[in-house]
Design a protein around this ligand. Structure first.
Ligand code: BGC
Length: 726
């Protein structure tokens, strides 16, 4: 669907741009336009709505503004485009289906992208979504989200990029570059520590400063340095007792002063509780009908008139917005006229193929195309593939989705339903295995399913768990008796393969009795095809876990989810007492093993790593070789870990490389190491202790290969120092 937008016309009418000189042109441009603005124009940029009528929330929507996540009025006379924001990381969304029939290319879960360990793919995916956003006249993309996974029950982990600051920072930076290469503003979110959905408005994330700097903040800092996003979105939750969107320390001191962030900070929708947030660093109020007041309009004007808020701060906030629009080139280019749906679907397919993780395989996979009886069970596998819920939910472009309603009567209920994308694994498997005889059983009546399973040569069970924004999974279990069903099928047929579609690691109590397990996450609009490609070996699996897979919740730092089951808007405290040692670092610190380690992922070929050396320098540099020692082409994800420092064991991912190799092919690789990954935060900067640093190449955080030791002198790094990693 094409939407004729006023914004599109304004984009055409925009002021011509003078070439950047050393990055100052956007500042000069912003200062010039802001000085020419009147206050109505200024405050229109600072306070905006979600232009969708929601029951019970009064709203005036200008007639030519399309239904989407965010709208701030620009100034036609000054060539400032309206800001039209859309979600997000997995494709252009169509909230509440308010734009009738407007489907977009639906990518797999963010965790699938993260599992690819492929910055080039993250960049391509970002550019693809931004193209589709621009084709609809949207110029702000509320992506990427990079909150680090700290709990395998968090309902939004599937949207994000895993548990590691380097992985999430690098992929987030690449996604931003991709988005902004299409002249759409990227919005890095949610700043910071938005790691739980339960009671998210009032949850207080408590963590000590050094730990915060070494984990979540480091991920954001890296993504900002590498991607230079036009905007950052603050979070719903509190951090150490202060609301994220009114957090002077996080927004003013760290983000703007220390890191030198020159873009604007926008609020999450309904996350502004006071006009005071403006002086504490928030520049723009979004979705203001969800707040108690249009804080950054009337109330802020009053504060300016009363001299409580200096006019210079208003100019600063407006200039930040104008600066980013100019720097990203939003005013510069005509919108994309048409979307190449086929090329974009190929991006979705590539992400799915690269992100599906083969967790276990005793050799039963890849499936042979032979005259055999295969029973496919469960997961609505004849209808499509599951997706995650909430604001990132994309209505797929390639056909009508299939819905399973969950009920509920809130205005958000339509976001609370299972959406299956029309790429049925069953049909794709049939196409890929023409000689086999495929049957389907829903798994609804376990006894009958087990009896059918016993008659088959092989059984493929699809096990699903829907997760989404607004709630966390209460446990690590698969819902609706699927564990019992799998156990029963495996007892009836020893040749059982399980395909999981979940937004997190789940408990796998039947693991020892099945032959293979594939984690497909939410595989996106081409997911059925990708699953069939991996199962049959048309694609060699190469996804590696971007988060640790605990055997049970008891292995993780936290017990019951704070506030789960309490009435809405209950204040809760979440103690991140594991500090920076989340995920694999937690397992290393405890000396325990998860069920599957961070970085784990099997292939149908094998790889060897050798010759690790690490050279000193401002950026220490590792060199090593990788060889495909098997008999088919495949992609390896080599991981470089710091495993001990100055006599202390620890574990940190300090580099990774995804490399495609033909059978027998070898390659020499080099990786530069950001020294902050070797350091600790120490009051006002980074500090590396003098001593011996031991590095190891790994197939995962738990399977380490060649090591190398290097003595390094003591070193301090200033908070503003930046590093360009090649
Ligand atoms: C989410 C954001 C999203 C916004 C706009 C909020 O509920 O937390 O990630 O961008 O809605 O839809």
């Amino acid at each position: 669907m094409r939407i004729p937008l006023r914004a599109v016309l304004i984009l055409f009418a925009a002021t011509p741009v003078i070439a950047d000189d050393a990055g100052r042109a956007p500042d000069r441009h912003a200062a010039r336009i802001e000085a020419a603005m009147n206050d109505d124009e200024r405050f229109a940029l600072l306070s905006g709505i979600m232009p969708i009528p929601l029951p019970g929330l009064a709203l005036d929507i200008p007639p030519d503004v399309p239904p989407t996540a965010g709208y701030h009025r620009g100034s036609a006379r000054l060539g400032v485009p309206d800001l039209l924001a859309t979600d997000a990381s997995l494709g252009v969304t169509n909230p509440f289906q308010a734009r009738s029939g407007d489907g977009a290319t639906a990518l797999p879960a963010g965790l699938a992208l993260a599992a690819s360990f492929d910055p080039a793919l993250a960049r391509r995916a970002g550019a693809m979504i931004a193209d589709e956003a621009r084709s609809r006249g949207f110029n702000v993309l509320l992506a990427p989200g990079i909150n680090l996974a700290r709990d395998p029950r968090n309902g939004r982990n599937f949207e994000y990029l895993g548990e590691d600051p380097w992985l999430a920072g690098v992929l987030g930076g690449a996604a931003i570059r991709g988005i902004q290469s299409r002249h759409v503003v990227a919005v890095l979110k949610h700043f910071a520590l938005n790691a739980q959905e339960t009671q998210r408005d009032l949850a207080d994330a408590v963590i000590d400063e050094a730990a915060l700097r070494e984990s979540e903040l480091l991920a954001f800092q890296l993504a900002i340095e590498q991607g230079d996003p036009g905007s950052v979105m603050c979070a719903y939750n509190l951090v150490n007792g202060v609301e994220s969107c009114g957090h002077d320390f996080l927004l003013n001191q760290v983000l703007k002063r220390e890191w030198g962030f020159r873009g604007w900070v926008m609020s999450d929708w309904g996350a502004v509780d006071s006009v005071d947030y403006f002086m504490r660093g928030l520049d723009q109020q979004s979705g203001r009908q969800m707040d108690r007041a249009p804080w950054f309009d009337g109330p802020l004007r009053e504060q300016v008139a009363a001299g409580v808020v200096p006019r210079a701060r208003v100019s600063d906030a407006v200039r930040r917005i104008l600066r980013s629009l100019h720097a990203v080139g939003v005013q510069r280019d005509a919108p994309v006229q048409a979307v190449d749906a086929t090329a974009n679907a190929a991006v979705a397919l590539d992400v799915a193929r690269a992100g599906i993780v083969l967790l276990q395989n005793d050799g039963v996979l890849p499936l042979r195309n032979a005259p055999q009886r295969i029973l496919v069970v469960g997961g609505h596998a004849t209808q499509g593939v599951l997706s995650g819920g909430g604001s990132s939910q994309v209505t797929p472009a390639n056909g009508a989705p299939f819905f399973v309603d969950l009920g509920g009567d809130s205005p958000l209920s339509s976001m609370q339903r299972h959406l299956y994308m029309p790429s049925a694994p069953f049909a794709a498997l049939k196409r890929a295995l023409p000689e086999a005889q495929l049957g389907f059983d829903s798994g609804y009546a376990a006894a009958g399913t087990a009896a059918r399973a016993a008659q088959a040569d092989l059984v493929i069970v699809f096990a699903n768990r829907w997760e989404g924004e607004f709630q966390d999974a209460g446990s690590m279990e698969l819902p609706q008796g699927q564990d019992a069903l799998i156990a029963r099928i495996a007892a009836a047929n020893p040749n059982t393969v399980v395909v999981l579609q979940t937004g997190n690691p789940v408990a796998l109590p039947w693991l020892g009795s099945v032959r293979a397990v594939l984690q497909a996450w939410y595989p996106g609009q081409e997911g059925g095809q990708a699953i069939a490609d991996i199962l049959t070996g048309r694609s060699n699996p190469s996804g590696h876990l971007p988060l640790s897979w605990p055997a049970s919740i008891e292995q993780t730092p936290r017990g019951p989810i704070a506030g789960l089951g309490a009435p809405p808007r209950t204040s809760v405290r979440i103690d991140y007492s594991e500090g920076a040692d989340a995920g694999y670092r937690w397992f290393a610190r405890q000396g325990t093993q998860p069920l599957f380690a961070f970085g784990h992922g099997l292939s149908y070929t094998s790889f060897e790593h050798a010759g690790l050396r690490v050279a000193r320098g401002r950026l220490p540099e590792a060199s090593f070789s990788v060889r495909n020692s098997g008999d088919r082409a495949g992609a390896d994800v080599v991981q470089l870990y710091l495993v001990a420092r100055a006599g202390q064991p620890l574990q940190r991912l300090v580099g990774f490389a995804r490399v495609e190799l033909a059978a027998g092919e070898a390659r020499d690789l080099r990786l530069q190491i950001d020294p902050r990954l070797l350091a600790d935060w120490d009051r006002d900067g980074w500090s590396l202790p003098a001593g011996v640093y031991r590095f190891a190449l790994g197939e995962s955080a738990a399977r380490l290969g060649p090591t190398f030791e290097l003595a390094l002198p003591q070193r301090r790094i200033q908070p503003r120092e930046r590093f360009q990693i090649q």
